[in-house]
Design a protein around this ligand. Structure first.
Ligand code: PLP
Length: 410
C-alpha cells in the first residue's frame, strides 16, 4: 500500500543506505567530485554514466531534496534552483526562444508578472489572459504558443485558474501546461491531476516554512509528451524521453545560468519539508477561522478567499484542493487607514513573504505591487486598499484576538 504524504517524506532519505544509519541525507558541501578512473569522469560528463561532476549541476544533498519534491508531486524528476523566481526564470532560459509565445494568467505574483514582461523584450511574446475562464486561454493560443502558465490560487487576489479545463485544452493541443503550485503546496493539490506537465514550487514558502532559507523547484509530472515540444536540443534527447524536459532545464537553465541551490539550503528545506503537511493543515484551519471573523466584521468591506461560498471559483477550488490554503486578502471599510490598522496588530507581522510559521500581513499596492503601477494593478484586480494575509501556525485564539482588537478600534 502506498504510504501517506508525511510518512513518505520522513522516510525518503532512508530508501538508499546512508552511512552510520543516519536518518537524514548528509550535507555534501563538496563543490567537485573526484574519480579514481579518469574514464569514469569522462563517462559522467558524456552522460554515459550517472554521477556528480560539479556542484552547479548537481549535488547529492540537493538530489535528495529533488527526490522528495518529486514524490510530493507524484512526478518523474525535479530540478532545484536557488529561489522560486530562479525556477520560474528557468522556463525562459531553458525552454523558450525568440519567436515563441506564452499564454499566461494575468493574475500572478508580481515578480513573475515582471519577468514575463522582460521576456517580451527578448522576443518571447506573452499574452496575459483572465485564466479563470478557459475560453480566454483558447482565444489567445497561436501556432507559436509553447506553454500556458498559471498559478493555482493567484497571489494575492486568490483567483483560481480554470485548471481542469485548461489542462484538457493543453492536452488536446499538445501544449505544455505549467502550474505554479506555491499557493496550494503539493500537500493540498498535485497539478498532475489536471494534466500539468511541469509544476513550480517556491520552496522558500510553506515547504521550508521557517522563513530562513530560499529555494525553488521545477518538477516534471510525466504528463507531457516532450515529442510535442519543438525546442528540445539533440543533447537533451540523448536522455530517456520522460527526462527530456528536466535534462534541458538542468543544462540550459541551471548549468548555463548558475542559479543553483546550495547543499546547506537543500538540507534546511528538507528538514522543513518533514513537517509541511502538519503546518499547512494548521495554517489552513487558522486562515478559515480568521476569514470567517473578518467576513462578518462591519469594518471589513471585502474578503477574497476561495473557501468563501461567494468566491467566484469556490466550487472548483473545493473540488480540487484538500483545503483552501493559508493566504487570503481583504479590504477594510472605506475611510480606515490601512497603515494605522496594520500598526495596531501585535501578533501578525507587517512583512512580505508567505507560507511562513508566523502570520504575515502586507498592504499590496504600496509594496510588492507598487512598481508595476496603477493601471496594471487594476487589470489584476488589485485595489489600493488590498491587504494580503499569510496565516501562520500561531494559536488561533491569539490571531482572532489580535485582528479583533485592531478592527474594533474603529
Ligand atoms: N511563485 C509564487 C506564487 C510566489 O508567491 C512567489 C513568492 O512570493 C514565488 C513564486 C517566488 O518565490 P521565491 O521568493 O522563492 O523566489
Amino acid at each position: 500500500m502506498p504510504k501517506g504524504f508525511t510518512t513518505t517524506i520522513l522516510h525518503n532519505d532512508r530508501q538508499n543506505l546512508i552511512e552510520h544509519g543516519s536518518i537524514h541525507k548528509p550535507v555534501h558541501s563538496s563543490v567537485t567530485f573526484g574519480y579514481s578512473d579518469a574514464r569514469d569522469l569522462a563517462a559522467v560528463f558524456q552522460n554515459r554514466q550517472s554521477g556528480y561532476r560539479y556542484g552547479r549541476q548537481g549535488n547529492p544533498t540537493v538530489s535528495a531534496l529533488e527526490d522528495k519534491i518529486t514524490r510530493m508531486e507524484a512526478g518523474v524528476a525535479s530540478v532545484c534552483f536557488s529561489s522560486g523566481m530562479a525556477a520560474v526564470g528557468a522556463l525562459t532560459q531553458g525552454l523558450l526562444k525568440a519567436g515563441d509565445h506564452v499564454v499566461s494568467s494575468i493574475f500572478l505574483f508580481g515578480n513573475t508578472s515582471n519577468l514575463w514582461q522582460t521576456t517580451s523584450s527578448l522576443g518571447i511574446q506573452v499574452s496575459f489572459v483572465d485564466a479563470t475562464q478557459v475560453e480566454n486561454v483558447l482565444a489567445a493560443l497561436t501556432p507559436a504558443t509553447r506553454m500556458v502558465f498559471v498559478e493555482t490560487i493567484a497571489n494575492p487576489r486568490t483567483q483560481v485558474a480554470d485548471l481542469t479545463k485548461i489542462g484538457e485544452l493543453c492536452r488536446q493541443r499538445g501544449i505544455l501546461f505549467v502550474v505554479d503550485n506555491t499557493m496550494t503546496t503539493p500537500y493540498l493539490f498535485q497539478p498532475k491531476q489536471v494534466g500539468a506537465g511541469l509544476v513550480i514550487n517556491s520552496l522558500t514558502k510553506a515547504i521550508a516554512g521557517h522563513g530562513d532559507v530560499l529555494g525553488g523547484c521545477i518538477t516534471d509530472t510525466g504528463a507531457y509528451d516532450w515529442h510535442n515540444y519543438p525546442n528540445i536540443t539533440a543533447n537533451a534527447q540523448k536522455q530517456p524521453e520522460a527526462l527530456w524536459g528536466v535534462a534541458q532545464l538542468r543544462s540550459k537553465a541551471l548549468r548555463d545560468y548558475g542559479a543553483c541551490l546550495s547543499p546547506e539550503a537543500a538540507h534546511q528545506i528538507a528538514i522543513g519539508a518533514e513537517t509541511m503537511a502538519l503546518r499547512v493543515e494548521r495554517q489552513c484551519s487558522n486562515a478559515a477561522a480568521l476569514v470567517a471573523m473578518l467576513a462578518a466584521h462591519p469594518n471589513v468591506d471585502k474578503v477574497h478567499y476561495s473557501g468563501l461560498s461567494q468566491h467566484p471559483q469556490h466550487q472548483l477550488a473545493t473540488d480540487l484542493f484538500k483545503a483552501h490554503g493559508s493566504i487570503f486578502s481583504f479590504e477594510l471599510k472605506q475611510g480606515i487607514d490601512c497603515f494605522e490598522f496594520l500598526n495596531r496588530l501585535t501578533v501578525a507581522i507587517s512583512a512580505t513573504h508567505l507560507g511562513d510559521n508566523r502570520t504575515l500581513i502586507i498592504p499590496v499596492a504600496h509594496t510588492i505591487f507598487f512598481e508595476m503601477g496603477a493601471e496594471r494593478r487594476a487589470a489584476m484586480g488589485i485595489s489600493d486598499s488590498l491587504i494580503r494575509v499569510s496565516v501562520g501556525i500561531e494559536d488561533v485564539a491569539d490571531l482572532l484576538a489580535d485582528f479583533g482588537q485592531a478592527l474594533d478600534a474603529y
